[in-house]
Design a protein around this ligand. Structure first.
Ligand code: NI
Length: 136
């Protein structure tokens, strides 16, 4: 019997979407306003979902305090109020789209989670646009 627990988190960050191998016109054509060279911000909402067996001793899949602290250390402390392109090493050569941010977050959390637990992240870039990644 497997149960999934979910934890919500939040961070604000700035980014610019562009391909450095293209000129400004081509970048504008593909990325529109997101290619603004002065950057723009989003209020990102993250849902971290952990699936596993219920521990018969604790009754938990994972201690939510442990999960909360992990998200704070690996995601919030590293991304909140940052310029993703300029200040986060994973995006030095990776476009900080919601898709790529979700993969980066998943990798950070996966490294710290017990291997017997399954992980999925859902990242909202706006209330209507969101992506999911579960390591496939
Ligand atoms: Ni954007």
């Amino acid at each position: 019997m497997k149960v999934t627990v979910h934890r919500k988190a939040h961070f604000n960050a700035a980014h610019r979407l562009y391909n450095k191998n293209w000129n400004m016109d081509k970048n504008d054509e593909v990325f529109g306003k997101c290619n603004n060279p002065h950057y723009h911000g989003h209020n990102y909402e993250l849902v971290t979902s952990v699936t596993g067996e219920i521990d018969p001793v604790t009754g938990y899949v994972i201690d939510m305090k442990v999960l909360k602290d992990l998200i704070k250390e690996e995601v919030e402390d590293k991304l909140d109020h940052k310029n993703l392109n300029e200040q986060v090493k994973e995006f030095q050569n990776l476009n900080p789209t919601a898709e790529n941010i979700a993969v980066v977050i998943w990798n950070k959390l996966r490294n710290k989670l017990d291997q017997k637990l399954d992980l999925e992240v859902t990242l909202y870039e706006t209330p209507r646009n969101f992506v999911t990644y579960k390591g496939e």
